[in-house]
Design a protein around this ligand. Structure first.
Ligand code: SAM
Length: 276
């Protein structure tokens, strides 16, 4: 018997008009749709006039469901995998079943469509020839700061996903490590009614967003420009800072040292106070 195929189907990230014709055709034709949230997907399917059977497939049942679905695929059924929005597996469930299919020789067919990372980058005005997609930062501040510290010198555009609850905390932590001047573009509510793109130096951007609660609502892609001046080694930073502080007020010394070293001005100002 011929095995079935697993279709990885991208769905809209807001605007239902962004579903592809091929996605509609496959969702109609398959035997089963494995959906991250069946109730959420029911809305899309009803909008499209599709009545294919759905089955839940989320992070809490992914392991057991993958085994079950691979069984159905091996028995010849065609299955489509969808998530609540965008491309499955991009910060969404699906990794286990794709691996299981590859191991068992089941064809996995990707259907391209919306994904917030690519949608945001394409209009950001930041370099897109190379970028690092980080997905969500850790939830705890300690781990978040540690990860951001590791990324602060990264020489390509950085892309993060963020939710309403943590957007300001995330930007505050970025400010403490990347400095006020790093260019950041925040894409909010892409393809939806309140879509906005803010493109400002980080210090200014944080002020803009903190002052307007509407700007803190919805779903976000945060894109950070590459580090232009990889940070200098600590001893060299201290020497530059002390030399400048001998010639000018601390605030000005920290500002110039920040430009030379690529370190945030605040951090250098604090360092200067300690060195005195
Ligand atoms: N699989 C999805 C994709 O391909 O983009 C991502 C799913 S992930 C669980 C959800 C996150 O994606 C949100 O918290 C947000 O960071 C980002 N996102 C999804 N839709 C978005 C939108 N319309 N505008 C901005 N960001 C969005």
């Amino acid at each position: 018997m011929q095995t079935g195929r697993l279709y990885i189907v991208a769905t809209p990230i807001g605007n239902l008009g962004d579903i592809t014709r091929r996605a509609v055709e496959v969702l109609k034709r398959v035997d089963l749709i494995a959906a991250e949230d069946t109730r959420h997907t029911a809305g899309l399917l009803s909008h499209l006039g599709i009545d294919t059977r759905t089955l839940s497939f989320h992070e809490h049942n992914e392991h057991q469901r993958s085994l079950q679905l691979v069984g159905l695929l091996l028995a010849g059924q065609d299955i489509a995998l969808v998530s609540d929005a965008g491309t499955p597996l991009i910060c969404d469930p699906g990794y286990r079943i794709v691996c299981a299919c590859r191991e068992r020789g089941v064809d996995v067919i990707p259907l391209p469509g919306a994904s917030a990372v690519i949608t945001a980058l394409s209009a950001s005005g930041l370099p897109t020839d190379r970028f690092l997609f980080e997905g969500f930062l850790p939830r705890t501040q300690e781990k978040r700061l540690k990860r951001l510290q590791q990324l602060s010198d990264f020489p390509s555009t950085l892309v993060f996903y963020e939710s309403t609850h943590r957007i300001l905390h995330c930007l505050e932590d970025m400010l403490s490590l990347f400095g006020d001047d790093r260019r950041v573009v925040v894409a909010r509510e892409l393809t939806k009614q309140y879509e906005t793109m803010l493109d400002q130096p980080l210090g200014q951007l944080l002020q803009t967003m903190a002052a307007d609660t509407n700007q803190q609502r919805g779903e976000f892609v945060v894109m950070v420009a590459a580090c232009e001046n990889p940070a200098m080694e600590k001893g060299a930073v201290e020497r530059v800072l002390q030399a400048l502080a001998g010639e000018m007020p601390p605030n000005q010394a920290a500002k110039i040292a920040a430009r030379i070293s690529g370190r945030p001005k605040r951090e250098l100002y604090q360092l200067l106070l300690k060195l005195k």
